[in-house]
Ligand binder design. Structure first.
Ligand code: PMP
Length: 361
């Protein structure tokens, strides 16, 4: 069929239709070069323009101050779990990790290979239903950095305010909510994200890093695992994922055309609201996993009483909804409503949920 699915995949996930159509138009002969982006040198002036354009647009749309570098890396957000301690955590040194879900756990595990990470706060006992209250977090002044996960893709929680860690560098994994709303980048020494949720296809990892933090990095590590290698070479030390960078640049263009992050946030809030409202008005038929004050704008997680849950997922699939199964580690249902998921898809899901409840309760 020719119609697009209601795509709620958690990542890789929906891309803007306009971007896909443009990429299709430009695929075979990119702007008169006689070849696709995938077939041209990453050292060509044509690619260089795409590459630098994407970096410039990211800086502008996300209001990144001048004392930060923007890098495109490979290895996914998962490689950042290792690169961060490898570059910034010396043997015997401490680093504070705020534990809000499985991705924080994975980041913590890697840091143990390099230094002495410790858990500053954790909401594991509450099944990761919430983000810790800012006033409950104590910082160890010796810590090399503090790490947090801004949006918990699996549990469906997100930070709405970030802690002020003073002189301790704050690092955030923003894989599942980067560019979903404006944030104060200057609070962070480093931000990283895999592109495959809000920014483009998989294969590109965005790293935003403050120059003075970078200067504190350990130098005796492999070239390809050192941030400075990518800074010194404008992320062109080796062959980058050229097509992914092109797509990322086009997604940023699309965000700009939509009116930038302030408009995108409004839309994201409306999209999440039509689904959360159904949960809240269902008299317990749907139960949200996240506590209301820690709810994510991007991943809406909920459960339905045992047998009906399976049936919900089957009927939703038949009705054209894709990607609503919860993460394999937790089960349940999850609707990922990233930037490129249209409001209409969220409204359709909301209507479907109401109908399903009416039919089955
Ligand atoms: N962090 C978060 C918050 C994620 O959601 C994911 C992927 N779902 C990752 C890290 C891992 O990303 P990658 O697959 O790009 O390594």
């Amino acid at each position: 069929t020719n119609t697009r699915a209601y795509n709620f995949n958690p990542g890789p996930s929906a891309l803007p239709l306009e971007v896909l159509e443009k990429a299709q138009r430009e695929l075979i002969n990119f702007r008169g070069t006689g070849m696709s982006i995938m077939e041209m040198s990453h050292r060509s002036s044509t690619f260089e323009e795409i590459h630098n354009g994407a970096i410039a647009r990211l800086k502008k749309l996300f209001s990144i101050p001048d004392d930060y570098e923007v890098l495109f890396l490979q290895g996914g957000a998962s490689l950042q779990f290792s690169m961060i301690p490898m570059n910034f955590l010396k043997a015997g040194q401490k680093a504070g990790y705020i534990m809000t879900g499985s991705w924080s756990e994975k980041a913590f595990k890697e840091a143990k290979l390099f230094g002495e990470p410790y858990q500053i706060a954790s909401t594991k006992e509450n099944k990761y239903r919430n983000i810790p209250a800012l006033q409950d977090i104590q910082y160890d002044l010796d810590a090399a950095y503090v790490h947090l996960t801004s949006n918990n893709t699996i549990y469906g929680t997100g930070w709405h305010d970030f802690p002020d860690t003073g002189n301790i560098p704050l690092i955030a994994d923003m894989s599942s909510d980067i560019m979903s709303k404006p944030i104060d980048v200057s609070k962070f020494s480093m931000i990283y994200a895999g592109a495959q949720k809000n920014l483009g296809p998989s294969g590109v990892t965005v790293v935003i890093i403050r120059k003075d933090f970078l200067e504190t990095a350990i130098t005796e590590i492999p070239t390809m695992l050192k941030y400075s290698t990518f800074v010194e070479n404008n992320s062109l030390y080796n062959t980058p994922p050229t097509f992914g960078i092109y797509m990322l640049g086009e997604v940023l263009n699309w965000i700009e055309d939509k009116g930038g992050l302030s408009e995108i946030t409004k839309l994201n809030e409306e999209k999440a609201k039509v689904i959360y409202d159904v949960i809240d008005r269902s008299n317990g038929f749907y139960t949200g996993h996240a506590t209301p004050e820690s709810r994510s704008l991007m991943n809406i997680t909920f459960r339905i009483a045992e047998e009906l849950e399976k049936q919900f997922l089957v009927e939703a699939k038949e009705a054209g909804f894709v990607g609503l199964n919860g993460h394999r580690s937790v089960g349940g249902c999850r609707a990922s409503t990233y930037n490129a998921v249209p409001f209409e898809a969220c409204q359709a899901l909301s209507d479907f949920m109401v109908e399903f409840q009416n039919k089955h309760q």
